[in-house]
Design a protein around this ligand. Sequence first.
Ligand SMILES: NC(=O)c1ccc[n+]([C@@H]2O[C@H](COP(=O)([O-])OP(=O)(O)OC[C@H]3O[C@@H](n4cnc5c(N)ncnc54)[C@H](OP(=O)(O)O)[C@@H]3O)[C@@H](O)[C@H]2O)c1
Length: 331
Amino acid sequence: MKALRVTGYGTLEDNLEFQNVPVPTINNDEVLIECISASINPHDTKLIRGDFKRMEKLKFPYPIGGDVSGVIVKKGINVKNFEIGDEVFGVVQGAIAEYESVNAAQVTKKPVNLSFYEAASLPIAGMTTIQALQYASIKSGDKILIHAGSGGVGSFAIQYAKAKGAYVYTTTSADNCAWVKTLGADVVIDYKKENYLDMLSDLDIVYDTLGGQYTFDAFKIIRQGGRVVSILPSEINKEVAKELGIPPFMQFVFSLRKSKIEELKKQKNAYYRYFFVNVRKKEDLNEIKELAENRRIKPMIEKIYAFDDSKQAFKDLAKGHAKGKLVIKIK
Ligand SMILES: NC(=O)c1ccc[n+]([C@@H]2O[C@H](COP(=O)([O-])OP(=O)(O)OC[C@H]3O[C@@H](n4cnc5c(N)ncnc54)[C@H](OP(=O)(O)O)[C@@H]3O)[C@@H](O)[C@H]2O)c1
């Protein structure tokens, strides 16, 4: 079968190639999916660049692409809740391939009202947001800032926070301001022209999709007792090291370092959490399915690329200006 593979660490141009590889085998708990569509995430481009090599060394050639939709063509004997022919979506390692195997816990039935391309755009951005806003204990009436509302994560997050009854502030640049309003954002701030730090205060939640200095600055605009949830790290403290899977001894070393986040948390009596999405939370996938079927969430796709153009999709994503999700049409 034809599959996109990472051949080494470095540039997208030199380290991604299509290979002819055997169709994956499955164990008793897995299903084999005939992939119809995939979508890509910044994590994929970071993986190829080698950003995570200190935590986990990849064995090349390495399968790439997380978000998938397709049809179950084989199942293990322990898999009870799927039949051959079921249309599913979820998270695999190696979505940009004709077939991929995965533990049955990582997929669920595709929303009936969505195309395979739309369904493939949702899992990682959606699960990340559901988990982030659970950590943030979002509730109706909360004032939340969602950074980068026009990105893959942000465009889901605006809709999700509105579905939860929150009042949504978001940042993006001029070309996307009107568009993120149509997703439900109450106030849109053009980050290239305006300083959101001068405009916002007393927020209940900051959903920090940018990390670095943005994380530290989040504490300036939350109320006393507010919540900050980050999906990119700002400093490697003990909790972040644990979440990133850094070995226990190094976690201990990081725990000895002075933490700026701990200081900021204390000053604002705030809750802070950095986390890495748990792709095994099937209840989150089920929630995405329900939200889509109830039309509370609409998939936001900037472009659908042909299978052969997958490399171009990664290059476009790496520019950092996606408007919603970039999707690959495998079949
Ligand atoms: N921890 C986890 O488990 C987890 C899970 C998912 C994603 N992530 C991370 O979260 C980040 C966001 O993911 P994504 O899929 O949304 O990325 P993305 O789709 O590539 O985000 C692109 C968007 O970010 C906007 N943007 C860039 N810089 C900005 C700034 N300074 N202020 C406001 N908006 C800005 C861009 O808007 P303009 O074009 O207008 O500049 C663009 O629309 C990535 O770094 C990803 O790796 C982490």
